[in-house]
Design a protein around this ligand. Structure first.
Ligand code: SF4
Ligand code: SF4
Length: 380
């Protein structure tokens, strides 16, 4: 089994995901991000994760982190996005742009981004594995790996074909642990078999696990009174052997404080706590089966490619509000906001681009048809 610590700076296991940053109006609130980053670093945080495709994130990372903290005090991760079919030439310009935007002259962790069934051949066809390995040889990248959203068979095939990949980033959280679509446990076991350190993404499932239903909350509170729901989710991921960092896409200072408190004084889950989480998982799974809520993590990877400009995750959030019993008015208000920023759900032309990009493999077309029917009275 590979050593999970030798490529990481000493520090807490919490990684700062710069994906859901706070905004003031349409712009990222860089001043606030700076305060959040400072708090994270003071607590021993060293790993900061951004990506070429997170809008405004690489620039915000430069201003909040790179220009304000010594280069040796953090490790910066960013990612190459292949879904838009980048040839080697496009890949090169993406990487150069990432360097310019983040203000660094080398990247500590460079990832092939969101490798999945729909795009892994693109990475192969254009030789992008060799491309990132070459960046490492030239000292522009210190370590490289990939983030992954598909099943264990493909992961095994990729790691067998590319044993030089140094780490894998996987979606792992207690709700998805045995979910056949996400295959969190199976993917984790493959990565462990190949001796790769694991970086965890979506430990709180896009915030879903931070807001559990009252019934679930009661189970967790009975076991550990006062612990936040997010702290349970973070501890689940961080307790797994071989997990080197757990990323949290933090959006405000309270979330930083909560995560830092959990991870700076980290205690792995004990048997009683694991049993409580298993019960929470059972209740949540049964509830979402019953309501039909759509497990969208609001990553927004789908939005760019939509020719109709539909604010897909916002429409899905409105549908989930309706199905999850938040009340019709709340759901209608959310839908009105979603279509103020984008097109009506009924404008979907079923081209399928969003579904090809969705790491959660959500049936977006079906969800939008349901939203159109519920909120516009449109017949699917
Ligand atoms: S299927 Fe519909 S929502 Fe998805 S990208 Fe195409 S038009 Fe947009
Ligand atoms: S539908 Fe999929 S790609 Fe789009 S925001 Fe939700 S999880 Fe992300």
């Amino acid at each position: 089994m590979g050593d999970t610590d030798d490529i990481f700076l000493p520090g807490i296991k919490l990684g700062f995901g710069m994906m859901r940053l706070p905004r003031r109006g349409l712009r990222i609130d860089v001043e606030k991000v700076g305060r959040m980053v400072d708090r994270f670093m003071e607590a021993g945080g060293t790993y900061v994760d951004t990506a070429f495709i997170y809008p405004g994130s690489e620039e915000a990372t430069r201003r909040a982190l790179v220009e304000r903290h010594p280069r040796s005090s953090f490790q910066l991760a960013t990612k190459l996005f292949a879904t838009g079919v980048p040839t080697r030439g496009i890949a090169r310009s993406e990487f150069e742009k990432s360097l310019r935007r983040t203000g660094v002259d080398y990247v500590d962790f460079y990832l092939l981004h969101a490798v999945m069934e729909g795009n892994w051949r693109t990475y192969e066809r254009f030789g992008l594995w060799d491309y990132v390995a070459d960046l490492k040889r030239r000292g522009l990248v210190r370590h490289w790996g990939f983030s992954y959203h598909a099943g264990p068979e493909l992961l095994d095939r990729i790691l067998t074909a590319h044993p030089e990949a140094e780490f894998v980033q996987l979606q792992i959280n207690y709700l998805d642990w045995d979910d056949p679509k996400v295959a969190a446990r199976a993917n984790y076991e493959v990565a462990r078999r190949h001796g790769k350190p694991v970086i965890v993404m979506e430990p709180v499932k896009g915030g879903i696990l931070a807001r559990p239903a009252a019934k679930v909350r009661a189970v967790l509170d009975a076991c550990r009174p006062g612990a936040s729901p997010a702290s349970w989710a973070m501890r689940f991921a961080a307790s797994l052997p071989g997990v080197a960092r757990v990323l949290s896409g933090m959006s405000d200072e309270e979330q930083v404080a909560d995560n830092v408190a959990t991870m700076a004084d980290f205690r792995p889950l004990d048997a009683r706590e694991r049993a409580a989480l298993a019960e929470a998982r059972r209740l949540m799974g049964a509830a979402s089966d019953a309501t039909g809520e759509v497990p969208c993590t609001a990553c927004r990877y789908c939005c760019d490619g939509c020719p109709q400009g539909i604010a897909i995750p916002d429409v899905i959030a409105a549908l989930n509000a309706l199905r999850g019993g938040q009340g019709e008015q709340v759901a209608r208000d959310l839908y009105a906001r979603a279509v103020a920023d984008g097109a009506l759900a009924s404008a979907c032309v079923r081209c399928g681009r969003c579904e090809a990009r969705c790491p959660q493999r959500i049936g977006v077309i079906k969800a939008l048809a349901a939203a159109a029917e519920a909120f516009e009275g449109a017949t699917p």
